[in-house]
Design a protein around this ligand. Structure first.
Ligand code: ZN
Length: 296
């Protein structure tokens, strides 16, 4: 085995066709590059994660026949996230932001994608802070050059994409960006294959991973950071070319299963919608993975 790839769903809903396509890409990449597969349940958002969704991830993957080499769930190591936060804090890289959502929208410019580009208003805020606040990471003005195996080269500056971003939200929950960076380093992830919708997060995740790695270097609580290989796969789109929303993915895998759809029928349908099969016809998991691997 030459590395590790992860499949990392959030248990904030039932898995749907979009997740299934992503899983096929991950398992195909593992086949192509001879990688171990790690299943990571990303339940960092404890306000939205639910046990029934966690259970259904395991059940749905088993029903479809996906096997993996190891697994983890983020909530089992939140205390570790806290230790990393303290390391960053010791370096003066974390600050409380008391801006409300309304203020954030009113007071900051937006990127082309509509994202707020936080201008650092609270950078000088006293710490600790008694008001409700998120914790933001003070990022440097740095251009990140990175490569996507499918889409080519990018050079992006998180400072101008989003500015200092939260690593813990106002409810005290760890953010996706923070949790994913720590876990990818701690779990030795060498390959990241995920949907194109996560593309804008990549530069900031590389930057944050470098910052985490620098801050933890002396303490050796994390392995050395090596930037993983990235591949962002196309999404299932509707007839106008728009990404399907959670609601538009008509059925969850669970609903299909309950209605008597077989795993092979579901796999065939997803590959047909992803334009990798010319007709909607049943296909085995093994053949589905091989077919996607050919596209990598
Ligand atoms: Zn603020």
């Amino acid at each position: 085995m030459s590395g590790t790839i992860r499949f990392a769903p959030s248990p904030t809903g039932f898995l749907h066709e979009g997740h299934l396509l992503s899983a096929l890409y991950v398992w195909a990449a593992a086949k192509k590059w001879d990688l171990k597969i790690h299943l990571r349940i990303e339940d960092h958002d404890q306000g939205r994660a639910r046990k029934e969704y966690i259970d259904s991830i395991y059940e749905d993957l088993a029903w479809l026949g996906f096997r993996y080499d190891s697994e983890s769930i983020q909530s089992s190591h939140f205390d570790f996230f806290q230790r990393i936060l303290e390391k960053l804090d010791e370096k003066g890289l974390v600050y409380p932001c008391t801006c409300s959502r309304k203020q954030l929208i009113a007071e900051n410019p937006r990127s082309e994608t509509g994202e707020v580009i936080y201008q650092g208003k609270c950078r000088t805020q006293p710490h600790p802070c008694s008001e409700p606040h998120s914790l933001r990471i003070a990022i440097p003005d740095k251009v990140i050059d990175w490569h996507d195996e499918r889409l080519g080269d990018f050079n992006e500056s998180p400072k101008f994409q989003c500015g200092d971003f939260p690593i813990r939200d106002r409810d005290g929950f760890w953010t996706y960006q923070f949790a994913v960076c720590i876990d990818d380093i701690a779990q030795g992830i060498t390959h990241i294959v995920r949907g194109e919708d996560i593309l804008p997060s990549t530069a900031r995740q590389i930057l944050l991973s470098e910052m985490i790695s620098d801050a933890c270097d002396a303490s050796k609580i994390l392995p050395a950071y090596r930037r993983p290989l990235y591949l962002h796969h196309p999404l299932i789109v509707d007839s106008t070319g728009k990404k399907l929303s959670k609601r538009e993915h008509a059925h969850s895998i669970r609903q299909d299963k309950d209605q008597g759809v077989s795993p092979e029928q579901l796999l065939g349908r997803v590959l047909y919608k992803a334009k990798m099969l010319s007709e909607d016809t049943p296909i085995s998991l093994e053949r589905a993975i091989a077919l996607v691997a050919e596209k990598l």
